[in-house]
Design a protein around this ligand. Structure first.
Ligand code: NAP
Ligand code: ZN
Length: 352
C-alpha cells in the first residue's frame, strides 16, 4: 500500500476537503502513476453533489489524469518508470462481453469501472479518482501520451472532453462536406469544435454566451450563433448534418432538432441531473431525424484520439488552478465561466 493525498467531498452538501488514504499495492498488471495534472469535468460536479443519484462518499473525483509512471507490476509490458501517461474515465471492465471484445469498454454489459465512484472489480472497494497525488491503474486502461513538447496540463482534458467528442464524431463519420453543430461551448464543446474542424467539417457553434463568440471562431468554428437569437436560429433550419449537444442543463431540444437536415442526427453528450422537456416526436418523424446518445469512448479509440491530437498539435484551452480553488472553479463552471477547462496543478497538494 502507498500513502496518498487528495481532495474529497464527505457528502453531497459539503465542499471538497483534504483527504488522506492508501492506494493498493501493485497487482502484477498494475501501473502506479504520480499525477501531475487533472482536468475538472462537469461530471465531477454532478457526481460530488449527488445529482446523478447514489454517489459513494467520500467522493474523490477526477478522470482527466496525466502523470509520470513511478512503478510497474511484473507483468506490465507497455510502460516503464518515467513514462508520461494518461488515465481517463475508466479503470477496468469485464473484458469478455461483446462491447469489451469490440474495444468499446465504456458500453461493458457488466458496467465499466469508473475511475472514481466505481467499485474495484477484485476488492469491491470504492474507486478514488484524479484529484490526488498517486493512482494505481490496470495497464490495459493506461494511455500513452506522445505530445512531445506540449503543455501536459493542456493534454489532460483530452482524456474525457477529448474522447467524449471524438468518439461520436468518428462513429457518425463526420468529415469534409458535413455541416456540424456544436451546442454549448464549455469543456466538451470547445474540444468538439477543435476536433470537428480538424476532421474537415464546417462547424457551427451554438452558445448562450455572447462573450464566447470570438473565442468560438478562434477555436475553429466557421459560424457562431447565439441560441437566443431567433432570427439566426431560423436562418439555419434544416441545414445541419449532425449536432453534438454538450449542454449540462435541461433545455429545449426541439430548437436544435429543427436545425437538422432530413436524416440528420443530434447526439446528446450532456447528462443533466434533471430531465430535458420531452422533445417533439413530430420533429423527428417529419424529416426522419434521429436523436442519439454517446458515452465517452473505448480505450483503443482514446489512444487514436490522443495520437491524432499529438500529430495535429491539438490540446485543450485551459485555466490552471490550485486544488484549494476547486469549489470556486465549480461555481464558475455553473455560471458558464470556464475558458475552457479548469485543470488542477497537483503540485498544489504539497501546500496542504
Ligand atoms: P461545461 O464545461 O460546464 O460546459 C457546458 C456548457 O453548456 C456551458 O459552458 C454552456 O455553454 C452550456 N450551458 C450550460 N448551461 C446551459 C443552459 N442552461 N442552457 C444552455 N446552455 C447551457 O461542462 P462539460 O464538462 O463540457 O460537460 C457537459 C455535460 O456533458 C455535463 O452534463 C457532463 O456531465 C456531460 N459529460 C458527458 C459525457 C459522456 O460520456 N456523454 C462525458 C463527459 C461529460 P455556453 O456558454 O456556450 O452556452
Ligand atoms: Zn468527464
Amino acid at each position: 500500500m502507498t500513502a496518498a493525498r487528495g481532495y474529497a467531498a464527505p457528502a453531497s452538501d459539503q465542499p471538497l476537503v483534504p483527504f488522506t488514504f492508501e492506494r493498493r499495492a501493485l497487482r502484477p498488471d498494475d501501473v502506479q502513476i504520480a499525477i501531475q495534472y487533472c482536468g475538472v469535468c462537469h461530471s465531477d460536479l454532478h457526481t460530488v453533489r449527488g445529482e446523478w443519484g447514489e454517489t459513494a462518499y467520500p467522493c474523490l473525483p477526477g478522470h482527466e489524469i496525466v502523470g509520470r509512471v513511478t512503478a510497474v507490476g511484473p507483468d506490465v509490458k507497455r510502460f516503464a518508470v518515467d513514462d508520461i501517461v494518461g488515465v481517463g474515465c475508466m479503470v477496468d471492465s469485464c473484458q469478455t462481453c461483446p462491447s469489451c471484445h469490440d474495444g468499446l469498454e465504456q458500453y461493458c454489459e457488466e458496467g465499466f469501472t469508473g475511475t472514481y465512484d466505481g467499485k474495484d472489480r477484485i476488492t469491491g472497494e470504492d474507486t478514488l479518482g484524479g484529484y490526488s497525488d498517486i493512482i494505481v491503474v490496470r495497464e490495459q486502461f493506461v494511455l500513452n501520451i506522445r505530445h512531445a513538447g506540449a503543455d501536459l496540463a493542456a493534454v489532460a482534458p483530452l482524456l474525457c472532453a477529448g474522447i467524449t467528442t471524438w468518439s461520436p464524431l468518428r462513429h457518425w463519420q463526420v468529415g469534409p462536406g458535413h455541416k456540424v453543430g456544436v451546442v454549448g461551448i464549455g469543456g466538451l464543446g470547445h474540444m468538439a469544435i477543435k476536433l470537428a474542424h480538424a476532421l474537415g467539417a464546417h462547424v457551427v457553434a451554438f452558445t448562450t454566451s455572447e462573450a464566447k463568440i470570438a473565442d468560438a471562431r478562434a477555436l475553429g468554428a466557421d459560424e457562431v450563433v447565439v441560441s437566443s437569437d431567433a432570427e439566426a436560429m431560423a436562418a439555419r433550419a434544416n441545414s445541419l448534418d449532425f449536432i453534438l449537444n454538450t449542454v449540462a442543463a435541461p433545455h429545449d431540444l426541439d430548437a436544435f432538432l429543427t436545425l437538422l437536415k432530413r436524416d440528420g442526427t443530434m447526439t446528446m453528450l450532456g447528462a443533466p441531473g434533471s430531465p430535458h422537456p420531452s422533445p417533439s416526436v413530430q420533429k423527428l418523424i417529419f424529416s426522419r431525424r434521429r436523436l442519439a446518445g454517446s458515452l465517452i469512448g473505448g480505450i483503443a479509440e482514446t489512444q487514436q484520439m490522443l495520437d491524432f491530437c499529438a500529430e495535429h498539435g491539438i490540446v485543450s484551452d485551459i485555466e490552471i488552478i490550485a486544488i484549494q480553488d476547486i469549489e470556486n472553479a465549480y461555481e464558475r463552471m455553473l455560471r458558464n465561466d470556464v475558458k475552457y477547462r479548469f485543470v488542477i496543478d497537483m503540485g498544489s497538494l504539497a501546500q496542504i
